[in-house]
Design a protein around this ligand. Structure first.
Ligand code: HEM
Length: 437
């Protein structure tokens, strides 16, 4: 069951919006670092520059956006208040300092600063969990998004704990980091935290924004159970670097949940009442296509050499991570931002004036053509990076980095442009107090 949204419970705009506006800086930083990637990036997945890029994207761009979205969704959709609005503002500062220090420390390798940054990043995760904990864990009514967030926040904690251990290990050398151990940490973060949150939230937002109230999701809980159980199994077994057959089996188990989820999403999209697809619908379709590519690349990455060339074994795993993070999750996040940010601006700027004077509708706040251009630029950047990685072509990889900068700047610019004064596309004022889409 999806939850009944309660827009009146929205936190102040100064709590949520800064997360959305600052997050693209992570995308832009990752693009800059990618423009100087060298051949060594294709040899090991944990080259210093690669780890800096991964975390600029995962912790900087994606996690910052998702945390901001959770601060909005917790009171409005999950039905519980945040612990403190001031804590959320402080959290953003801690999180940004942590990510900036981590990316800088990794890119210009300084193990001590990476350790400090890792501790700050871990603290940021704890503060976030405390702040949204009441909404996620203690409200009375269960809904699909809440069940997904209850699991994804636990995986975030597990992934961040391993990340902290890895960060300390860089300086103290407690153990040898292997491909399997990295995969365990990476999947707790990417599948457990990012993918499960995107999946859960889409059960709320896809029907809401595409008006698919007649179709009910059927596979939400099986998809959640399969993904969560598959991920626990995956992380435990990958830690001991199993052989290829076991890796392929684990990949199959882990992919089953997202595939079930995608069946539900296609049903919801096909059953929509609003036939014309807006930016959210288009973004969802692109995101589902990237999920298909992610599944294909995951199998290739699990297969390993010679599928992945012996001399450059990082090509397929990195292409797989790019498809999942930039493609599947990234395009969904961009599409959602063109609904959530306009809603926030409308709600806090125009809601009080409805019925008294003509006010813009929510759809007047974002420029649909600009949003589509951003989606296209981002998808193109992702595809160029994936092709560059698979082909071992550094020029393509670096060009993809350049395109990421362009799409990140455009995304940020388009969100800032929503603050400019807007005119109503209706001639008469809205006569009710309802939220006009
Ligand atoms: C407190 C938060 C985190 C810290 C301190 C942290 C730290 C680290 C460190 C130090 C490594 C490199 C290990 C080594 O090579 O010895 C690493 C690898 C990795 N981490 Fe994290 N991490 C955190 C959260 C995350 C999250 C949330 C994600 C994904 C959403 C993630 C994705 C990855 C990936 C994909 C790798 C594999 C290497 C690469 O390609 O970058 N990490 N992490």
């Amino acid at each position: 069951m999806t939850a009944r949204a309660q827009p009146a419970q929205s936190p102040p705009i100064s709590v949520v919006l800064p997360f959305f506006l600052l997050a693209p800086l992570g995308l832009i930083a990752a693009g800059f670092l990618a423009t100087e990637l060298g051949r060594e990036a294709l040899v090991a997945v944990n080259g210093r520059r690669t780890v800096a890029i991964t975390h600029a994207l995962a912790l900087g761009w994606v996690t910052t956006t998702i945390m901001g979205a959770c601060y909005q969704l917790a009171p409005v959709v999950l039905g519980g208040p945040l612990m403190s609005h001031w804590l959320a503002r402080l959290h953003l500062v801690v999180h940004l300092v942590a990510v900036a220090l981590f990316v800088w420390g990794m890119a210009w390798f300084n193990a001590t600063w990476v350790g400090v940054a890792g501790s700050l990043a871990f603290a940021s995760v704890l503060v976030f969990l405390v702040n949204v904990g009441r909404a996620v864990w203690r409200t009375r009514q269960w809904s699909i998004p809440r069940a997904y967030l209850a699991c994804s926040t636990m995986f975030l904690l597990a992934g961040a704990t391993l990340g902290l251990v890895f960060a300390g290990n860089l300086e103290h050398r407690w153990f040898t980091v292997s491909h399997g151990k990295l995969a365990a940490h990476a999947h707790l973060g990417l599948t457990g935290w990012v993918a499960l949150t995107v999946m859960g939230v889409s059960y709320q937002l896809v029907p809401m924004f595409n008006v698919a109230s007649r179709v009910k999701p059927r596979l939400a809980y099986p998809a959640l159970a399969l993904t969560s159980a598959g991920l626990v199994l995956f992380a435990l077994i990958m830690w001991i670097d199993p052989p290829r057959d076991v890796r392929l089996l684990l990949a199959g188990v882990l992919l089953a949940g997202p595939l079930l989820w995608s069946v539900d999403q296609v049903r919801l999209l096909r059953g929509r009442v609003r036939r014309r697809m807006d930016i959210h619908g288009r973004g969802t379709v692109v995101s589902l296509c990237f999920l298909g590519l992610t599944v294909f690349l995951a199998v290739g990455a699990a297969w390993g050499s010679p599928f992945t060339p012996y001399a450059e074994p990082a090509r397929w795993p990195l292409a797989y991570a790019a498809a999942g993070l930039l493609g599947w999750a990234g395009t969904a996040i961009i599409a959602n931002s063109y609904k959530i940010v306009p809603f926030l601006i409308w709600f806090h700027r125009y809601r009080e004036r409805t019925g008294k004077e003509p006010v813009p509708l929510i759809r007047d706040i974002a420029d649909e053509r600009l949003a589509t251009l951003v989606l296209v630029a981002h998808s193109l950047a992702t595809l160029v990076i994936i092709i560059g990685l698979l082909a071992g072509n550094l020029q393509w990889l670096q060009a993809g980095g350049g395109l990421l900068i362009v799409s990140g700047v455009a995304h940020l610019g388009s969100m800032l442009s929503m603050f400019l004064p807007k005119r109503s596309s209706r001639t008469t004022g809205v006569s009710t107090r309802e939220v006009p889409m």
